[in-house]
Design a binder for this molecule. Structure first.
Ligand SMILES: [Zn+2]
Length: 276
């Protein structure tokens, strides 16, 4: 057996990670890094070996799954005592509802079908920059740090309903469905600058700093009804349907006053219909 050939390079082509595991069978990759086979019998055998390897790593306190190719990541653990790394990984479904993670979670450039972190408690930040995601659930999750989805591609919808998070970065993200931050508390800012999204729902959400949608393209509507926000920037944005600010509170004042104070910047924005 020789060493797995999986390696991860940064944008400057510098080596940032080299797998140290032994190769699996006749492959030049280890069990975590070999692709899942097409053939049904092989698939089950390889998938079982992959799951056993995941369990062994977790038991060892090794949370490095960079580049891992997995069907499912659904370990029966309630707590992960460290940082969880999935950069460049390819995983069909991740099920970690109600988990406690005592560190940050990194999925840079990962490809994930379905991701479930509902009611999770993540003490650090979550980094999904440049990731490709089918759909993701963070409903009622508590994230101590920020959530970074900059330049991510999300095919369907990402849910942060009733979640509590630091900053939320979605700059230049492309989201086919929408984002739902209904009743969420964002302790910092929300950045959707230059993003392309379906709908953005912040109904009854609290955004302590500001919401930045500069140069964003919203194919549907943005909903801030009954939301409490610092400032809102929409200069150069395109909102094809509604911008709904009904009963929104902006800097402890009403929308009309905020407009007169220039706290809501809609300059050069194109909006189907403005409601307030
Ligand atoms: Zn490997």
């Amino acid at each position: 057996m020789s060493r797995c050939s999986y390696e991860l390079r940064n944008a400057d082509d510098n080596l940032i990670y080299q797998c140290k595991e032994s190769t699996h069978d006749k492959s030049d990759l280890c069990i975590l890094h070999v692709p899942l086979p097409e053939n049904d019998d092989d698939y089950k055998r390889i998938n079982d070996l992959k799951n056993a390897e995941v369990d062994a790593k977790l038991k060892d306190g090794d949370f490095n799954f960079k580049g891992a190719k997995l069907a499912n990541f659904a370990p029966s653990v309630s707590s992960i005592d460290g940082e969880l790394f999935f950069d460049d990984a390819s995983i069909e479904r991740i099920d970690l509802p109600r988990v406690t993670i005592k560190g940050s979670v990194r999925f840079r450039k990962a490809t994930i079908g379905v991701l479930i972190f509902s009611e999770a408690m993540i003490e650090g930040k979550v980094d999904f920059s440049k990731a490709k995601i089918g759909e993701a659930y963070f409903n009622k999750a508590i994230i101590g740090g920020g959530a970074d989805f900059s330049e991510a591609m999300i095919e369907h919808t990402i849910w942060f309903f009733e979640a509590t998070i630091g900053d939320a970065y979605f700059n230049k993200a492309i989201i086919g469905g929408g984002v739902d931050f209904g009743l969420a508390t964002i302790k910092g800012k929300v950045d959707f600058s230059e993003a392309t999204i379906g709908n953005a729902d912040f109904s009854k959400a609290t955004i302590e700093k500001f919401a930045d949608f500069r140069l964003a393209t919203i194919d549907g509507s943005v909903y801030f009804s009954k939301a409490t926000i610092g400032d809102a920037y929409f200069s150069g944005a395109t909102i094809k349907q509604f911008a709904d600010f009904k009963k929104a509170m902006i800097r402890d004042t009403d929308f009309e006053k905020a407009m007169s104070e220039g706290k809501v910047d809609l300059s050069k924005a194109t909006i189907g219909m403005l409601i307030f």
